[in-house]
Write a protein that binds this ligand. Structure first.
Ligand SMILES: [Zn+2]
Length: 292
């Protein structure tokens, strides 16, 4: 009985702690746990940790990296890039999924080490340039601040990023942050063209005010728009800002065992987006009913 009470208390504590600091790394060890780098398809590689998705696109004119993650992630990403036989200093362009500390804290360091140019969606520019201080939700929380990084090119919905014959498209899927970006890229594999979608984040974080949000008044309309965009994208290979979105670890295991095409998962993409949209709608209804 005593043990049960203690574990209930512990569960409650962990729940409350993670609700208060949803982005703090210490609450999710998988965020800083190394993971082997591997080729997903064509010239696209996974160079992230066990849960924080970082992606490398290798072109004859240099490398593109998506997501710098935490400052402590940078050595892990560097190691992953090098384990694939690429040079970290060849990263020419740095992109992000969205301006939260778990995806962009390492940007200043990576830019300093590689000279990469930083391309960020308009809605997230002031956030990354202020080191998280203008974030509508976490701006006042020191724990979520990180080194500010200068943006070299401001992206808009539909902007393309080209390097060495590879083209990525930035889709504005806002709500989670004002500039949340879902990246698409086409990769050729065994003579087939595969549409890759790297989801920015469709999640409503604990504490997000969807109704009467003074620092982000159009948040609910932005989420609605974001889901319309996500549902309109044609997806063969389903990826995202966190490995957990698309079951990265499980799919990697199957790939290791020799199964081919494990990351081709259009049904998984559709059901993930549908599930996240349902969660958003339920939370919006709950808040509209004044139960917030
Ligand atoms: Zn986030």
């Amino acid at each position: 009985m005593k043990v049960a009470k203690f574990s209930l208390r512990l569960t409650l504590f962990v729940f409350l702690a993670s609700a208060t600091f949803p982005l703090a790394a210490q609450n999710n060890p998988a965020w800083l746990t190394p993971f082997p780098a591997f080729r997903i398809a064509g010239n696209l590689y996974y160079v992230g940790s066990q849960d924080l998705g970082s992606y490398l696109i290798a072109t004859p004119r240099g490398l593109i990296l998506i997501n710098s993650s935490f400052e402590a992630s940078v050595p892990l990403i560097k190691k992953s890039v090098e384990s694939l036989g690429f040079r970290f200093s060849d990263i020419n362009i740095l992109l992000i999924s969205h301006a939260h500390d778990d995806h962009c804290s390492g940007s200043e360091q990576i830019i300093r080490l590689t000279g990469a140019k930083y391309y960020v969606m308009a809605g997230d520019v002031s956030v990354v340039e202020s080191g998280g201080r203008t974030d509508f939700q976490y701006g006042a929380q020191k724990a979520h601040h990180y080194p500010p990084a200068h943006v070299d090119r401001v992206l808009h919905d539909g902007s393309t990023v080209s390097l060495g014959g590879t083209v990525l498209t930035a889709h504005l899927t806002p709500g989670h942050t004002r500039g949340t970006t879902t990246w698409t890229i086409d990769e050729a594999e065994n003579g087939h063209v595969l549409h890759v979608v790297i989801v920015g984040s469709p999640n409503v974080n604990p504490g997000y005010k969807l109704v009467g949000n003074k620092t982000y008044p159009q948040i609910a309309a932005d989420y609605h728009h974001g889901f319309q965009v996500l549902k309109s994208l044609s997806c063969d290979i389903f990826l995202g800002a966190h490995g957990g979105y698309y079951g990265m670890k499980e799919k990697y295991k199957r790939w290791k065992q020799g199964e081919s095409g494990v990351f081709i998962d259009p049904a998984g993409y559709k059901s993930f987006i549908a599930d996240r949209e349902q969660a958003f709608e339920a939370e919006l209804k709950r808040q509209e009913a004044g139960m917030q």
